[in-house]
Design a protein around this ligand. Structure first.
Ligand code: NAD
Ligand code: ZN
Length: 353
């Protein structure tokens, strides 16, 4: 679990006092990994409390985080810091939050990021790390994983050392998020809840968190009587609770198949989940219906036909990635999932997308 979290509009202003007690020395900088979409956004960049040798590194999120990108950032930080940094602070969406977690881990663990993709492979406690989301939905601010694309696979570094030491939830920071992205990233949260609540791993914790976040998503995306501020506040809470729900259980069919799209085509997580979920009536009938209503209500035109020109080899690659995520299928379908989730079945589903 994340041991420390603050929530509230304007809470970003408390960052300086939160960091101060964690500074190891004047030569041990805080490194701020910031989405480069904020390059010209003085409302965020000018409020980052820089002191001593602290450094802001602007990172592009045009592509989702890669293991090689983590290794390069770690090398750059080691080469340009006088001493091991005091901490890593990620400011951005799920991509930046995941990078911050992975960099913090790799600054205290030997080897390359790809060596740690999997479950509980991290040996040493990560460097102090802080997460500050600027768009809501992924739950990356609360989860015990950091999802990375490596040379072999797209898989998280799942470990007890992955979660942030401190999270700052300031809904005001989500002000500039583009509408489509707001929808897709928010739907990641909705889909987390659906997959957790309909999974075989469900338990009292995942259900309680999942029910809460699911209710908030319906209020935000369907009921439509909320102000912009209420929407931002509630979506930030939904993201957290949706993340907690899967922390206690697992995601399901949409995520497994969306990882395949992402690995082959580079489709980003939020939109990829939506593209897949739109075709999962047979697994989650009521929620796919609700999802279609949400699409219509918010005038979202999703891409179609993204798999139409793919070769047999391409389909095989996506199917291999999807089938490799065994815990997701076991959660979604049950222990005997291999009886129904065949290569043929997945090819049929991918072909519709
Ligand atoms: P993202 O971080 O890629 O950001 C999406 C887009 O929104 C980017 O173009 C970014 O620049 C922009 N953006 C973000 N905040 C903004 C703001 N306030 N104003 C203007 N633009 C803003 O997208 P995401 O959906 O938040 O995260 C997706 C990533 O999260 C994927 O890499 C996925 O694998 C990962 N993820 C991780 C977990 C986890 O538990 N660790 C869970 C789900 C997803
Ligand atoms: Zn997700």
């Amino acid at each position: 679990m994340v041991p420390r979290v603050i929530f509230g509009r304007g809470s970003f202003n408390q960052l300086s006092e939160l960091l101060a007690p964690n500074r190891l020395s004047n030569n041990a900088p805080f490194i701020f990994l910031v989405d480069d979409v904020f390059r010209t956004n003085v409302n965020i960049t000018s409020r980052i409390p820089i002191a001593y040798q602290d450094k802001i590194i602007l990172v592009s999120t045009a592509e989702e985080p890669k293991t090689s990108q983590v290794d390069e950032l770690v090398e750059d930080i080691i080469l340009t810091s006088k001493e091991r940094p005091s901490g890593i602070i990620g400011i951005g969406g799920g991509s930046i939050l995941d990078l911050a977690k992975a960099v913090a881990i790799m600054l205290t663990n030997e080897g390359n990021a790809e060596d740690y993709q999997g479950w509980d492979l991290v040996k040493n406690k990560a460097l102090y790390h802080v997460g500050i989301p600027t768009i809501s939905g992924t739950g990356a601010e609360v989860s015990r994983t950091t999802v990375l694309t490596g040379p072999q696979r797209k898989l998280g570094i799942n470990s007890d050392f992955t979660p942030f030491d401190q999270v700052v939830l300031d809904p005001e920071l989500t002000n500039g998020a583009p509408k489509d992205q707001w929808f897709y990233t928010g739907m990641d949260c909705f889909i987390h809840c659906v997959e957790s609540l309909h999974g075989t791993y469900l338990n009292a914790f995942s259900k309680t968190y999942g029910d809460t976040a699911y209710g908030l998503c319906k209020e935000i995306y369907l009921d439509g009587n909320l102000t912009k501020k209420e929407t931002q506040d509630k979506l930030m809470m939904a993201s957290w609770h949706g993340g907690m729900s899967i922390a206690y259980s697992q995601v399901g069919v949409a995520h497994a198949m969306s990882y395949g799209l992402s690995y082959l085509l580079g489709t980003k997580h939020g939109i990829g989940n939506c593209i897949v979920f739109n075709h999962l009536e047979e697994f989650y009938p009521n929620d796919v219906k609700l999802f279609k209503e949400m699409l219509e209500k918010h005038n979202i035109n999703m891409p179609v036909g993204i798999c139409k020109d793919l070769s047999e080899k391409d389909f095989d690659t996506m199917i291999d990635v999807a089938l490799g995520l065994e815990p997701l299928w076991e959660n979604a379908i049950g222990k005997n999932w291999k009886k129904t989730i065949t290569r043929k079945k997945l090819k049929e589903l991918y072909s519709k997308m």
